[in-house]
Design a protein around this ligand. Sequence first.
Ligand code: NAD
Length: 460
Amino acid sequence: MLTETPASKVNALRRCFEGGETRPIAWRQKQLAALESMLRDNEAAIFEAMATDLSKSQTETYATEIGLLYSEIRHARRHLKSWMKAQRVSTGLHNLPGKAWTKPEPLGVVLIIAPWNYPLMLALSPLIGALAAGNCALIKPSEMTPSVSRLLAEMVARSFSRSVVQVVEGGVEETTQLLRERFDHIFFTGSEAVGRIVMRAASEHLTPITLELGGKCPCILTSSADIKVAARRIAWGKTLNAGQTCVAPDYLIALPGTSEVFKREFTRQIKSFFGEDSQNSKSYPRIVNDQHFDRLARMLSEESISYGGQSDREDRFIAPTLLENLPVDAPALTDEIFGPILPVIEVADLKEAIDHINARPKPLSLYLFSNDTDEQRRVAEATRSGTMLINDVVMQFGTTTVPFGGVGSSGMGQSHGKASFDAFSHHKSIMRKPFWGEVKLRYAPYTKRQERLIRLLFGR
Ligand code: NAD
């Protein structure tokens, strides 16, 4: 049998799309139902693959991968009919007696490129939006989580027609080949560096893109906060998936009077989650591979560790760690950490915290712990970030009704719920006019009187 080329795969998807079968709501509901059944029928295999690739516990896998997908699918199925509806818009006086509306229509064949850190959820969450909007899709999962990638390819092949959804496994070479093809949208989740490569390739075909990228997500702690609750929530966000989460709190900016209590409470919470030795806890995941382990291990210098710091390369274990007194050019303060290490920096006041954030690339998410509405308003107004969450971390990501996405170097475009549907739709404007009601005003030969009337029409 001849092996399929990227072009033949895209062609199969394109034929299906152009045949028109993806337009009706019944087709879209059927695909979303098939996706849900695929997940329900394979939960045990998903738990196993996730444990193999990331040592993720069953509970964490359910909460952050499968459960999130179920809630996205349910939300899309419930609201699809209203999302697909045409929206009336005004025509303006000069088009009367016409009518105008916008109608979402599918884009065509879309490419979804996923990272390794939530290897199932970040491949399938965009697929929900793509199918709901009536597209055919090709998914390229990450080669860094090979068990999940393999399982995803097998599940999709069993659950979907190859003219509707396909999976192409592989790394740089396979993705480079795919990027030569013409797609109608590319949804990329991953690093800033690869985001640039994807954007460059998309420009060849003028393909629109969504970029869900990374970066550092700062966390500000003020003395008005409930520091105990703040420390518990930050400790959770920093150790979820061992900190390998795009929206994990990256570092803490502590205002006067907060850092000592925070460090004490953070340590207490880590012990209550994972016991005295987190390496023995079944709830604590591991670093994805040796390369990422080595990168993180280099961030641990003896003199800056105020808690944790233990590591074991054989086991790819890095303990939940607090760092302090780092030089400003330390990698933990300049690069995205993407691991269970939390640097704490102290500032004199809220202005210094805001200035620190504004002097750096726009974060994907910004977290503020404060009970003072004036402080909340000041930070919201004075900073730029993809999303902002007050008094918690990460939770904005898993909420279908809250659009999610970066800004500037943390990405472009939004997803989740209706935002995903919109990302994969073109809201086509349609205007209809009758043959009667002809106004001669716009036709030559032009006169001064016409100009006066046209000026009136445009309001001056
Ligand atoms: P990555 O950019 O290395 O890889 C992402 C995908 O791109 C993978 O499928 C990979 O095979 C492919 N790829 C890698 N190099 C390529 C190249 N040279 N040419 C073409 N394709 C290539 O990212 P990663 O390490 O898998 O994921 C971690 C990054 O993703 C972090 O920066 C994190 O913050 C970010 N992230 C963002 C979000 C979000 O929603 N904004 C979610 C998760 C992760």
